[in-house]
Write a protein of this length. Structure first.
Length: 398
């Protein structure tokens, strides 16, 4: 009997689905799960920073005192006390009614894309920029334009040129604090200039700030949103200061924009997990983060210093890297003639992984760049991994 030919798939994908792409970072995480791989790839917080005991106690209190509400459907805007805490914690005047609790700050990017982007809308991003933002924006099929950037952030002169070169852009997406992927921090002078230019150009800003609390020696300058509140959508996260599996973030929107973001949120998932929101509110209500976050900063600063020392000792001449003042990443560049993506399989064979930098460019990618995360590997792993990677680069150069 002949085997039956499978029926052709009846599913027809939308044009929007055709623009969805797999995450390079998610795929790399699969590689790093292989035994023996030292990973500088994932943007994962260190598990050493997770406040396990505080969560255990908070979960018990929530279930003891508020179980029925905590386990029920909840308001789409988010848990009231948590929204109030977010509003009070920000360094400019914010009403709790402007705060929307999201399922991770990544959802904030998705909601912004749905509300602000039409097919062929022009949007602007830094060079390079966060890969997850490019993923969130891509299904809406915008025209993505890169704005030249340097170690201080967005080049404001180039921003004016790009904005005036075509139809007005819907927004500029920017990460001023310890940017993913580069780790750079936008200077006070650049923030002031960018805020002025955005207001003059009537250009909205999406300010993404998941790493702002992870400074090492001194806090970053005031947010862009504090300078241009009517023209900024601000995104924050609890993932980097508490635990990423909570999938809790928030956005702060001008009153005119908030209702549409809320409607997009309702269509997406009704609300973020109410139990998680109550647990987080319970953990942080007594100033816990003021005690906890400095421990994260101290750990990450020590990890950064270990990686910088290893790079200085092992890397050959021609490899360059920066010295981030906070966050979780540093940005390295290979000598001319080398390609970080092409080098990755050989690096994995030697037991070390990183993220090739080309994935973070909206256009004109620099194939020589790579992102190195310093927060999850041990000191011994950083030493071994850096030495292995340096050895491979030396061979390729020869």
């Amino acid at each position: 009997m002949n085997a039956r030919t499978p029926d052709p798939s009846p599913w027809r994908l939308s044009s929007r689905a055709e623009h969805m792409n797999p995450s390079v970072l998610r795929e790399l995480l699969k590689v790093t799960e292989r035994p023996g791989i030292i990973s500088f790839a994932g943007g994962l917080p260190s598990p050493k920073t997770f406040p396990v005991e505080e969560f255990a106690q908070a979960c018990a209190r929530v279930l003891r005192d508020d179980a029925q509400a905590a386990l029920q459907y909840a308001a789409s805007e988010g848990y009231g006390p948590l929204r109030e805490w977010v509003a009070a914690s920000l360094p400019w005047k914010v009403e709790a009614s402007q705060v929307l609790i999201t399922t991770g700050s990544q959802q904030g990017l998705d909601l912004a894309a749905k509300v602000l982007i039409d097919t062929d809308s022009r949007i602007l991003v830094e060079t390079p920029t966060y890969l997850g933002a490019l993923q969130a924006f891509a299904p809406m099929q915008p025209q993505v334009h890169s704005v030249a950037s340097d170690e201080e952030g967005v080049d404001v002169a180039d921003l004016r040129r790009v904005q005036q070169a075509g139809s007005p852009a819907r927004f500029l997406y920017v990460l001023p604090n310890f940017q993913n992927p580069t780790g750079r921090m936008m200077s006070e002078a650049r923030r002031a200039a960018l805020s002025r230019a955005a207001a003059e150009l009537a250009l909205p800003l999406i300010e993404d700030n998941p790493y702002g609390e992870l400074w090492f020696d001194q806090p970053p300058p005031a947010p862009l949103t504090a300078r241009y509140p009517q023209g900024c959508l601000y995104l924050g996260s609890f993932s980097k200061v508490l635990a990423p599996s909570l999938r809790l973030g928030f956005l702060v929107a001008p009153p005119a924009l908030f209702p549409k973001l809320l409607q997009a949120k309702q269509a997406a998932d009704l609300h973020s997990p109410g139990f998680n929101q109550r647990v987080v509110a319970e953990v942080i209500k007594d100033g816990f983060l003021d005690r906890h976050v400095p421990r994260i900063r101290a750990l990450y600063k020590a990890q950064r210093d270990i990686m910088l020392d290893a790079l200085a000792r092992h890397m050959p001449e021609g490899v360059t890297w920066n010295r981030p003042d906070g966050g979780m990443f540093l940005w390295a560049r290979l000598p001319a003639g080398l390609d970080a993506a092409a080098l990755l399989p050989a690096a994995v064979e030697r037991g070390v992984a990183y993220v090739p930098g080309a994935a973070f460019y909206a256009s004109a990618a620099d194939a020589r760049t790579m992102r190195l995360s310093f927060v999850t590997a041990s000191a011994e792993e950083i030493e071994r991994g850096t030495a292995a990677l340096a050895g491979l680069i030396k061979e390729q150069m020869a």
